[in-house]
Design a protein around this ligand. Structure first.
Ligand code: ARG
Length: 461
């Protein structure tokens, strides 16, 4: 087989069935630029160790640069006979540099240390891109919080009215998981910052190559300390896939609320026309497809992670071809988020909130009952009694079909002598929200503080 990286010990080329199964260029071709960067660094290490003279190094670098140009221009493409990106690029190099010079580059490296290095380089670049996209979404949510800084909505637990909260507080609650995702990416980058290059197939190389030189040139802080681990581990890839899955989950939770808020029953938001879709049969429809796709794609992102973890489970050391299966899931997760996040951010940035409707529903469902109980505590009623008294008040109001604030003075006194008319001071949603002024609470001043804290944390990553 003309282009294969192996063949000496084989009587013939691979069967067509094997070639078809084995081929990975349709997905690993996106590593070509990283492969070529690795080849430049490797050529310099070979030169430093005395395996390429000055002229050969110059010739090699020039040939790699020319190959890069051809790849970028789409003039050089993988052929059906190329097993993977590494094989294809060696064929391309030899086409340019001749087999005498081109054939020297493979000394002291293996596709095993190459691929383990290249995938880290690719993920590093995408971690920066994903971080940028996440910051855009956090900014969009925080901008909506700022634009609607006084709006009050029903806060829910168990999807039931619980206590009124500021809409801004709720929106910021969706920002914090995304901030932690940003921090996760940052933390991941630290662990991914070691270069497997120089580990060879599994045991290291015999040629005295300076792996630190290669690591420096490829932008890694260190050389991976164990050649077996460096070539066989993919926890770095799995961890990246986890972060993308977690982002998917975080988006799906926002998405689910937007879908609910956008129903006629809630009526809390209207989606911008540019970020919603119509129906092919029902002319009146305006659907929240971006949110639904986000919710759906979370499943896909989780599936990619689960598949990859399953591939890794029980694999013996060191490299096994199973490891080739790391790429498609994580590449798919990256592409999924890089397409989804801009659309999602656009939808959030252009959401129109119906704050009057939110305000109107905020006191419903006796959501101020906790305020009454805590008001009683401030009158030095033990909380156990306060809870009981407030329960009686709610049940009284419910039986009359009225709000807590509508219960008259006599009825209040009959329920409990502690319920003086002064209790009405806490029976407004504004009063309730303002009174939750402990750290992290929903009082407007606290929420404004929180917005500033969030901006700080985002700036730190
Ligand atoms: N295409 C392979 C992968 O993605 C590269 C390493 C192949 N190594 C080997 N010995 N077959 O994992």
């Amino acid at each position: 087989e003309a282009g294969a990286l192996w063949g000496g010990r084989f009587a013939g080329g691979p069967s067509p069935e094997l070639a078809r199964l084995s081929r990975s260029t349709h997905f690993d071709w996106q590593l070509a630029g990283y492969d070529l960067a690795g080849s430049r660094a490797h050529a310099r290490a070979l030169h430093r160790a005395g395996y390429l003279d000055d002229g050969e190094l110059d010739g090699m670098i020039a040939a790699i640069d020319e190959l890069q140009r051809r790849v970028d221009a789409g003039e050089f493409l993988p052929a059906a006979s190329d097993e993977d990106v590494h094989s294809a690029l060696e064929r391309g190099l030899i086409e340019i540099a001749g087999s005498e010079l081109g054939g020297k580059l493979r000394a002291g490296r293996s596709r095993n240390d190459q691929i383990a290095t290249l995938i880290r380089m690719l993920l590093r670049d995408h971690s920066a891109e994903l971080a940028r996209l996440l910051v855009d979404l956090i900014d969009a949510l925080a901008a909506q919080a700022e634009a609607n800084s006084t709006a009050i909505m029903p806060g829910r637990t168990h999807l039931q009215h619980a206590q009124p909260v500021l809409l801004a507080h709720h929106l910021l609650a969706h920002c914090w998981p995304l901030v932690r995702d940003l921090e996760r990416l940052d933390d991941w980058r630290r662990r991914a910052d070691a270069s497997p290059y120089g580990s060879g197939a599994l045991a290291g190389n015999t040629l005295g190559l300076d792996a630190k030189l290669i690591a420096d040139e490829l932008g890694f802080a260190a050389v991976a300390p164990n050649s077996i681990d460096a070539t066989a581990a993919r926890d770095i890839v799995a961890e990246f896939a986890f972060v993308t899955a977690q982002v998917g989950i975080d988006l799906s939770r926002i998405a689910e609320e937007i879908i609910l808020w956008n129903t006629r029953e809630f009526g809390f938001v209207t989606l911008d026309d540019g970020y919603s879709t119509g129906s092919s049969i029902m002319p009146q429809k305006k659907n929240p497809d971006i949110a639904e796709l986000a919710r759906g794609k979370a499943g896909r992102l989780i599936g990619n992670l689960a598949g990859l973890l399953t591939t890794l489970k029980g694999l013996p050391l060191a490299y096994n071809r199973d490891l080739q299966e790391d790429k498609e899931p994580v590449f798919d997760s990256i592409e999924t988020l890089e397409i989804l996040l801009p659309a999602f951010t656009g939808m959030v940035a252009t959401l129109h909130f119906h704050t009057d409707r939110m305000r109107e529903l905020a006191p419903e469902g006796y959501s101020l009952a906790t305020d009454v109980a805590e008001w009683l505590v401030k009158q030095h009623v033990p909380f156990r009694d306060a809870h009981e008294i407030t329960g009686l008040l709610v049940s009284f109001a419910e039986s009359r079909g009225i709000g807590l604030e509508e219960v008259d003075d006599d009825a209040l006194a009959r329920i409990s002598p502690h319920l003086t008319p002064a209790v009405r001071e806490v029976l407004t949603v504004e009063g309730s929200v303002a009174s939750r002024d402990g750290i992290a609470g929903t009082a407007p001043a606290r929420v404004a503080e929180q917005r500033a804290l969030l901006a700080d944390r985002v700036r730190q990553v």
